[in-house]
Design a binder for this molecule. Structure first.
Ligand SMILES: O=C(O)[C@H]1NCC[C@@H]1O
Length: 403
């Protein structure tokens, strides 16, 4: 079409994406048009944040995206910090940052990377090994947190992914930094549903990013993740995250032994262990609602969060090795129970070769689907300019937040 041809020749390089969803959570996969980056993946992440953040905003925020959009930028040139070999790298982007791990996007990328045969997009595609017995392809995906082994079910000939079977990934070493920790809340960080309590109890664990895991009841929502006020829970988790972040004595909860780039509290997951339907041969099920980055809400059961929850359950003695467990999001719970994630602890490992930091490797599986593709352009006289906006920000600046 004429218009499309003329749009793609605008002065700002068009950016091409393939879009997918995993349990309702979007991944906008950037496959062409992103500027070049150099160095290790964590260095590329720093460069992207310093020099190209307007592109993250352009693709994820309004008017091209929305508050809860998620993105993945493929990095063909990637170099592992601690040895090993990756087929391709990826940077993850959210509504306000560059995430270090994303399970739902990894599941989506597994399918896309098997389906693409464009060597400019994925130079190593033709060297992937196809296992004709299990009809799967194993690919090594370099995420900012480390190397993920992704197993993708395929067609008989290994040329295409098989959407009817789940993709799974083996995690980086995951670990728990605190179980049943009492977090004190100062006056300004309390929320109405807490009634008169001045502290709450939570677990903290790492699944490629650091999570605070707290039960809905502990937050003051006595009916768990059924029949709750969403805005109130959004506010409660925002204040809990602020309370943890503002206490220097709690910084150890999200200190990664290998890298400061990985050392930040990414998310609060509200958990309801009584809610959910076990799928397959799972021993049980639970439901979670994950608030991450700037209170972005995950529609999926959060692959990295599932790894963190598995590590915490294993540390507590609630779960044995290789015992499958079902993890629902609100979307899988209410929409399609079979699209939940199933996770298991594969076995013990260490964070680094020194063996000083005990951890576990997990496996998480789930299903992702294509939703479309885009070529995003930017016209120079566009009054909204580059970057993007969030409608909510205007409302927030007009109405002062209640304390
Ligand atoms: O599945 C995950 O791990 C991701 N989903 C959005 C937030 C997390 O990064």
């Amino acid at each position: 079409m004429d218009v499309i041809r003329s749009l793609s020749s605008r002065e700002v390089t068009p950016i091409t994406t393939v879009d997918m969803h995993t349990c309702g959570e979007p991944t906008r996969i950037v496959i062409a048009g992103y500027p070049s980056l150099s160095g290790t993946l964590l260095e590329q992440r720093t460069q992207a944040r310093a020099h190209h953040d307007h592109i993250r905003k352009r693709l994820l925020l309004e008017p091209r995206g929305h508050f809860d959009m998620y993105g993945a930028i493929l990095r063909q040139e990637t170099e592992l910090t601690y040895g090993g070999f990756a087929d391709i790298g990826v940077l993850f982007v959210t509504n306000n940052e560059y995430s270090t791990m994303c399970g739902h996007a990894t599941i989506a990328l597994g399918r896309f990377l098997v389906d693409t045969h464009d060597l400019d997009v994925f130079p190593a595609r033709e060297s992937l090994q196809f296992d004709s017995t299990s009809r799967t392809i194993l690919l090594r995906l370099h995420a900012p947190c480390g190397l993920l082994e992704v197993t993708v079910p395929t067609s008989q000939d290994g040329q295409r992914s098989d959407a009817s079977r789940p993709v799974s990934f083996k995690s980086i070493p995951c670990f728990t930094t605190a179980l049943d920790l009492r977090v004190n809340l100062n006056l300004e960080n309390r929320w109405p549903e807490l009634a008169s309590r001045i502290s709450i109890v939570a677990d903290f664990a790492y699944g490629g990013a650091f999570f605070c895991l707290v039960s809905a009841a502990e937050l003051g929502f006595s009916q768990g993740l059924t029949n709750f006020n969403f805005e109130a829970m959004n506010e409660a988790t925002r204040r809990l995250k602020a309370a943890v972040n503002s206490d220097p004595d709690l910084a150890y909860l999200f200190q990664h032994p290998e890298s400061n780039d990985l050392s930040f509290l990414y998310s609060v997951i509200v958990v309801d262990k009584r809610l959910g339907l076990a799928i397959g041969n799972s021993k049980g099920a639970e439901t979670g609602l994950c608030f991450f980055s700037d209170q972005e809400v995950d529609r999926s059961p959060t692959g990295s969060g599932v790894s963190a929850r598995l590590a915490a359950a294993y540390a507590r003695g609630d779960l044995r090795e290789n015992e499958p467990w079902t993890y629902h999001s609100l979307v899988s719970l209410h929409n399609d129970k079979s699209s939940a994630f199933v996770g298991r602890v594969l076995g013990r490992d260490n964070v680094s070769d020194s063996g000083r930091f005990p951890a576990v490797r997990t496996q998480v599986e789930g299903r992702a689907f294509y939703t479309g593709y885009h070529t995003f352009v930017l016209e120079s006289p566009d009054p909204l300019g580059d970057g993007g906006f969030i409608m909510k920000d205007f409302a927030d600046s007009a109405v002062p937040k209640s304390s």
